[in-house]
Design a binder for this molecule. Structure first.
Ligand code: SAM
Ligand code: SF4
Length: 344
């Protein structure tokens, strides 16, 4: 990774290395917990959102992200909730893009449900965003509406088209859902690969109370992979980006297929990421309740010294890994916060 050992212009720079020797290079930022959809595995229909007064301003989010960049973060992913529904979010994208210009940041990207992407794709590309992840679990309009409770799939299709027209690489993320889209995975893959997009499958994680158990949603990806292998030739790829996905090349389509398997395969040993929420809470592990408040030190002083020390303390406590469990005895959230708070 670039810049890891070079002298850094910021005197506060000390690489963030956790107790297990993992250097933190990747920051995921949930810019809002709100969303224009209500995917049934992510949110309950009557979600209570964070009070607007608790939110960091976009300027504060920029300062917080920039502090992480100064501490060695090379990649920032904006997420949510739905990042593109945060009012004026493009001003944050634009201001963070200065770190791309200086070379302090390798990548600025986002994960979106695609519903607003048609409006923002060109501006994202103009700001130096090169890739986006679009979450789409089905190609069927009715099923899409059922999963998202009220979404319009055509808006997502237009968003994807606009992103590709703007030159953005698009990767599709799909949560594997028992009895819902598990039979559709080959079609989803053919469609994505046919349009030059990668597809990554995700196992449902037990996060947040969604007013229903998880056992009815969960399907292990090992099962779906075995089914795919009856019809496709999957060759393991080595490109381990430090992320949780394991990738294969599909000979018949030429495309790339990823598997994120928190439930059946623990991917924590190479974890290089931390997450911050729109209220300035730092979570060093998706699967733990651990949380450090960065809003107070951020607001306490215009100098970043206290903030930097608070971040160092939190990184020093990053857990070794998570232990998500879904079975009949544990049909409850392992972690009480919803995925929309930390952004996945
Ligand atoms: N709204 C944006 C979107 O849907 O892409 C960004 C935030 S969303 C929380 C990020 C990703 O988390 C999406 O791909 C979504 O499908 C996934 N997700 C949400 N809840 C999940 C859960 N309980 N288990 C696994 N993945 C989940
Ligand atoms: Fe919204 Fe994304 Fe959660 Fe669906 S998965 S409800 S689009 S935040």
């Amino acid at each position: 990774m670039n810049g890891s050992t070079q002298a850094h212009p910021d005197t506060l720079f000390r690489p963030m290395i956790d107790p297990f020797g993992r250097t933190i290079r990747y920051l995921r930022v949930s810019v809002t917990d709100r969303c224009d959809l209500r995917c049934f595995y992510c949110m309950s229909e009557d979600m209570t959102f964070l009070p607007k007064a608790d939110l960091l301003t976009l300027e504060e989010l920029d300062r917080l992200c920039s502090a992480f960049v100064a501490k060695g973060v090379r990649k920032i992913r904006l997420t949510g909730g739905e990042p593109l529904v945060r009012r004026n979010v493009m001003s944050l994208v634009r201001s963070l893009s200065r770190h791309l210009s200086t070379g302090a940041l390798d990548e600025l990207t986002l994960t979106t449900n695609g519903s607003q992407l048609a409006r923002f794709a060109q501006e994202l590309a103009d700001c130096g965003v090169r890739r986006v992840n679009v979450s789409l679990d089905t190609l069927d309009a009715e099923k899409f509406r059922a999963i998202t409770r009220w979404g319009d799939i055509d808006k997502v299709f237009s968003g994807i088209e606009a992103a590709q027209a703007a030159g953005l690489a698009v990767k599709i993320n799909a949560v594997a859902l028992k009895n819902l889209n598990e039979d559709e995975i080959p079609a989803l893959m053919q469609w994505a690969h046919g349009k030059g997009m990668g597809l990554t499958l995700i196992e449902v994680m037990p996060m947040g109370d969604i007013g229903a158990g998880r056992i009815d949603q969960y399907v292990p990806l090992s099962l779906l992979r075995a089914r795919l292998e009856k019809h496709y030739t999957l060759t393991d790829l080595d490109d381990n980006t430090g992320g949780p996905a394991r990738y294969v090349r599909v000979a018949e389509t030429g495309g790339k297929l990823g598997f994120i398997t928190p439930m059946t395969h623990n991917f924590c040993e190479s974890c290089n990421r931390v997450r911050i929420t729109c209220t300035g809470t730092l979570h060093t592990c998706l699967g733990h309740e651990d949380a450090s408040d960065l809003r107070r030190p951020l607001r306490a002083s215009e100098d970043n010294g206290l903030l930097s020390a608070t971040i160092d303390r939190a990184i020093g406590l990053k857990p070794k890994g998570h232990d998500f469990i879904i079975d009949r005895r544990h049909n409850r959230p392992s972690v009480s916060r919803h995925m929309s708070v930390t952004g996945g």
